[in-house]
Design a binder for this molecule. Sequence first.
Ligand SMILES: Cc1cc2nc3c(=O)[nH]c(=O)nc-3n(C[C@H](O)[C@H](O)[C@H](O)COP(=O)(O)OP(=O)(O)OC[C@H]3O[C@@H](n4cnc5c(N)ncnc54)[C@H](O)[C@@H]3O)c2cc1C
Ligand code: FES
Ligand code: FES
Length: 478
Amino acid sequence: MIPELENRLTLTINGATVHLKNVSPTITLLEYLRNSDRIGTKEGCGDGDCGACTVVLLGQGADGKAHYQAINSCLIPLGAIAGREIITVEGVANGQLHPVQAAMVQTGGSQCGYCTPGFIMSLFAAYYEGTVDDVAVEGNLCRCTGYLPIRRAAKLVANQQPCDRFAEKLTQTTIELPALNYQGNEQQFYRPTQLREVLTLLQQHPEATLVAGATDLGLEMSWHRQHYPVMISLEAAEELNGLEQTPDWVEIGAAVPLSTIEDRLHGVFPSLDEMLHWFAARQVRNRATLGGNIGTASPIGDLPPVLLSLDAELRLASPAGERLIPLASFFKGYRQTDLQPEEVIVSVRIHTTKATGAVTRLSQSYKIGKRGTDDISIVAAAFTVDLDASHTIVQVRLAYGGVAATPARAIAVEEWLVGKSWNTATVQQAKELLKDTFSPLTDLRASAEYRKLLVVNLFEKFFVEMGGVEQYPLEVRA
Ligand SMILES: Cc1cc2nc3c(=O)[nH]c(=O)nc-3n(C[C@H](O)[C@H](O)[C@H](O)COP(=O)(O)OP(=O)(O)OC[C@H]3O[C@@H](n4cnc5c(N)ncnc54)[C@H](O)[C@@H]3O)c2cc1C
Ligand code: FES
Ligand code: FES
């Protein structure tokens, strides 16, 4: 039973409670802040790339406790902030500069100053989280200062033990995301706390749009002014927010933010660790989810190749019940999936050990983009090879993004590899087969020829990195 709709949104900004009536729940937080004269937060790109709009959300961390999380206010819809607390650059000083601001002044970390509020907020979150390093500001661009003074400022505040009102707040706060049933500007925004409510809402509103972290949908709202009549947020749905780990498998809720997965599963799946490291930037990972990355069905989504290489399964739920399907059968065509109307992705299950008879598992992922951090892949690849005691391949998965209409596996090559010895000769022959496995497109980022080369060469790189060179010396590789 879904309660009555309300026409009020409540949020907390810099400690003050704000009540809003009849506002659109799909304007971005940035738009709201700037329209309400909180213009310290800047707009640069409006699509999550520059970090000028960074604010800090008091959110739930991987340990379930309150944490400060830097997020892009240009991507998050106002409805998603309802019932939550944010801190903007106007709220950090308290009679005197905040230590992070003082450090930026001291090192000359600001010239025109347009990017500075964003840097301050990223450093602010990291200061309280004890994570001040380059990764903390990887999602912030500065066009004039140069990064050296900013990195010096970061160094000044790294490893400090904050002891102030913000640090106190973390110890005093428990985060519980309340349900929301909001109507304003002739739009509805729901945030149910149970899966069955999500499914009931989907039945009642077949036209509704599901939203999780909004790092994809946020672009539609920010750039394309997309007007969503009904949105159902998955952020508070209990069943989509679990993370269960057993010796045999791990099940990750579809709405768990990627930064939580990074923290909680670190070391469990090396290929997932590696891809998450290169996935967008901290602000985006604090919001983006696995369900959203799979749900977009983008051929250049970075996590599907990793999940395909690990034989992941999807748990899908609809009013008719649940089903568990291999991710490999989920993608049907360009931006088309097996997801039925009224169905949601509940979780992703990954097996830690497979009943393949393997004694060794080799697994890694690779992302090739035009720049290291915060870029879209030209090609992403993930490989898992299971070997028996005599180095014979018992199972292999070669998965790629950016080379076909969907994330895809090189199934024919995988089948050819099974039963072969994992050695240079085998890899050289597999490379020949991989050459013509995919017919990628030429686009702004890269040519088809370059992508085809990457398909082949990344597999060889994997072989070399996994110890191929040590086991089979270079002269044998010619
Ligand atoms: C600056 C920037 C950098 C980025 N970098 C990368 C990158 O490096 N690699 C990469 O792969 N992507 C990248 N992205 C894209 C985006 O962050 C990811 O696709 C992310 O995983 C989307 O998750 P989300 O929760 O934000 O999805 P949302 O935007 O909330 O939703 C995306 C889609 O999935 C659907 N959906 C969400 N959850 C579910 C569910 N549980 N069941 C069914 N459907 C669902 C929604 O309806 C929507 O259609 C980037 C985006 C930005 C803005
Ligand atoms: S305005 Fe550039 S990231 Fe938001
Ligand atoms: S100081 Fe001008 S953009 Fe950074």
